[in-house]
Write a protein of this length. Structure first.
Length: 477
C-alpha cells in the first residue's frame, strides 16, 4: 500500500489538532510498543515527534504488559496507545496494578464493550480515554472523546450506547453505502435502518495497494472513498456504530444474519470474561452456519459455559443471536497482532484440538469415579454393553438402540445420531448403527460433561465430520 500522506500533510492544522489527543505537547512521554507497519507506527509517531514528544520504544517483539509496566513506572509515561487485546492483557496479567502517571490513553483497533473500557479506566485512574477509529488505508475516520467515557456509576442507558460507538465522524468524509450496491455510493434503503458499509476519506488516505490495481479498484471504486469492509450506521445523534465486518456477518442456519460484535458485547458484560470472540462454523444441517462463542476467564475468576448462557439470557440477548455453542478455553485465544485470530478459531485444527481437550477432561472425570467403576473401565474402557446415564445401550438385530434420552435435548439427540452415522431420532429413542467400542465410549464421555459442554461438543464434532474431518472418541488423550 502507498499513501498520499506526506510529512507536510501530517503537520496540517487538522492533524496537529488531532495530535492533542495523543499527549502531543513537548516534554510529554509516550510508550511506543506497536509495530511500525501500521497507522500507529507511521502517522501517530510522526505527529508526536513533530510536537516534541519523547518516545520510549520497546525493542522486543512480541512484548506485553510484563515489559510495558516497568517502563511506564521507570520513565513516568503519561501517554499510552492501546488496542483491545493489549487493554485486555493488562487486565489479565496485572489485575491489581494501577498506573497513575498515565494522563492520556488513546485506544483503537475496533470498538469495544463499555465494560472492558471501564475496567481499563480503573487501571489508569488519572487518564482521559479517547477512542480513534480508522484504518491504515484511511485515518482518522471518527473519534469518541473523553467526555463520552462515563464511569459506570454515573452512566445512563444513552451513555452506554454512545460509549459502545466509534464516536462522531471527523469532517464530512464518511457515508454509509448500501451493502447490496457496492461501489454505487447509494445509501441503504429505509428498511435497512441505515445499516451498510462504512465508506470514508480522511486527511491521510492511501493512493492504492502496491502493484495490486484490482484490489485498489475494489477498495476505492470511485478513486476517492475507501470501502472499509466495516458494517455500520450513523445514529440520530451523529455517532458512528460498527456492527460487524462484511465477511464476519454470520448467516446462521436459522435464517438470521448475526453480527458477532452484538454477541461479544453481551459476553464482555460478564465480570469474569477475559476474552470473547464469536465466529460462524458450518452447521451440520447444511442450512447455514452455527454461532460459536469462544471465551476465556479473567485471571483468578471462574467461568462456565452454562453461566455465560444464563448471563446472555438475563441480559436480553435475542434468541436468534444466542450462541449455538459456548466454549470456555483454559488457554488464551490465539491472536494476530493485537486482535483475536477469528480465522484460527474457525479452522479445523484449532477446533479438533479443543474437542480432544474436552474429551480428555471428560475421560478424567469418568476414571476419577468410584473405584469399582474405574476397574471396570480399565478392563472395558469403551464397552458397548455398559449403560450410561445419558442413555442405555442394547443390541437388537445388528443395531444399537439408545433409550432414556433424558440427558439429551432434541437437537443434541439429532447431532448424536449423525455423529455415530445413525438415523434421525425416533420418538424417545435413537436407532444407531452398532459401532461396538465407540458407542458406549461416546455415551460415557458425554455423560461426564456438563450439559452445556456436551451440547457444544456434539455441534462442533458433527460439524467437523460433515466437512470431511476425522474425529473419534478413541483419539482422546
Amino acid at each position: 500500500m502507498y499513501s498520499r500522506a506526506t510529512l507536510a500533510s501530517i503537520a496540517t492544522p487538522r492533524n496537529t489538532a488531532l495530535a492533542d489527543h495523543f499527549a502531543s505537547a513537548a516534554g510529554d512521554v509516550a510508550l511506543f510498543w506497536i509495530s511500525m507497519r501500521g497507522v500507529g507506527g507511521t502517522v501517530l509517531l510522526l505527529v508526536q515527534l513533530i510536537k516534541g514528544v519523547t518516545h520510549i520504544m520497546v525493542d522486543s517483539s512480541p512484548s506485553g504488559p510484563s515489559q510495558w509496566g516497568p517502563l511506564i513506572d521507570k520513565h513516568k509515561v503519561n501517554s499510552f496507545l492501546l488496542f483491545g487485546a493489549a487493554m485486555n492483557q493488562f487486565l489479565q496479567e496485572m489485575p491489581t496494578r494501577c498506573f497513575n502517571s498515565v494522563k492520556q490513553v488513546c485506544y483503537g483497533g475496533s470498538c469495544f464493550a463499555a465494560g472492558l473500557v471501564r475496567c481499563s479506566m480503573k487501571q489508569f485512574p488519572n487518564a482521559t480515554f479517547t477512542q480513534i477509529y480508522g484504518l491504515t488505508e484511511v485515518f482518522p475516520i471518527s473519534m469518541l472523546g473523553h467526555q463520552h467515557h462515563t464511569p459506570e456509576d454515573k452512566a445512563t442507558v444513552a451513555d452506554n450506547f454512545r460509549m459502545a460507538s466509534a464516536g462522531k465522524p471527523l469532517g464530512q468524509g464518511v457515508f454509509i453505502e448500501d451493502l447490496d450496491l457496492p461501489g454505487s455510493g447509494k445509501p441503504p434503503p429505509p428498511e435497512k435502518d441505515g445499516v451498510g458499509q462504512i465508506c470514508a476519506v480522511a486527511e491521510t488516505v492511501m493512493m492504492g495497494y502496491y502493484k495490486d490495481p484490482e484490489k485498489t479498484r475494489e477498495a476505492m471504486p470511485d478513486n476517492k472513498f475507501v470501502r472499509t469492509g466495516d458494517i455500520g450506521k450513523i445514529d440520530q445523534d451523529g455517532f458512528l456504530h460498527i456492527v460487524g465486518r462484511i465477511k464476519d456477518i454470520i448467516p446462521s442456519y436459522g435464517g438470521f444474519n448475526v453480527a458477532p460484535r452484538d454477541v461479544e458485547e453481551v459476553l464482555y458484560m460478564h465480570p469474569s470474561v477475559g476474552q470473547a470472540a464469536v465466529v460462524g462454523v458450518y452447521h451440520p444441517s447444511g442450512a447455514g452456519e452455527a454461532v460459536v462463542a469462544w471465551t476465556t476467564a479473567r485471571a483468578g475468576a471462574e467461568l462456565t459455559a452454562s453461566a455465560l448462557r444464563r448471563h446472555c439470557q438475563e441480559a436480553g440477548l435475542p434468541s436468534w443471536q444466542m450462541p449455538d455453542a459456548i466454549h470456555v478455553s483454559s488457554s488464551p485465544l490465539p491472536t494476530v497482532g493485537s486482535k483475536i485470530a477469528r480465522q484460527t478459531l474457525q479452522g479445523a485444527e484449532f477446533r479438533q484440538r479443543a474437542l480432544l481437550e474436552d474429551l480428555s477432561r471428560a475421560r478424567h472425570r469418568v476414571l476419577a469415579g468410584p473405584e469399582e467403576d474405574v476397574q471396570e473401565q480399565q478392563h472395558h474402557p469403551f464397552n458397548a454393553t455398559c449403560p450410561a446415564a445419558a442413555g442405555e445401550v442394547s443390541d437388537e438385530g445388528g443395531e444399537a438402540k439408545v433409550h432414556n434420552l433424558s440427558a439429551f435435548s432434541a437437537s443434541d439427540a439429532a447431532l448424536f445420531a449423525q455423529l455415530l452415522g445413525g438415523t434421525a431420532p425416533l420418538g424417545d429413542q435413537l436407532v444407531l448403527e452398532a459401532r461396538g467400542l465407540q458407542l458406549a465410549g461416546w455415551l460415557r464421555l458425554l455423560e461426564a460433561m456438563p450439559r452445556e459442554e456436551h451440547s457444544a461438543f456434539l455441534l462442533q464434532a458433527t460439524s467437523l465430520l460433515k466437512q470431511g474431518k476425522s474425529f473419534s472418541c478413541e483419539g482422546a488423550p
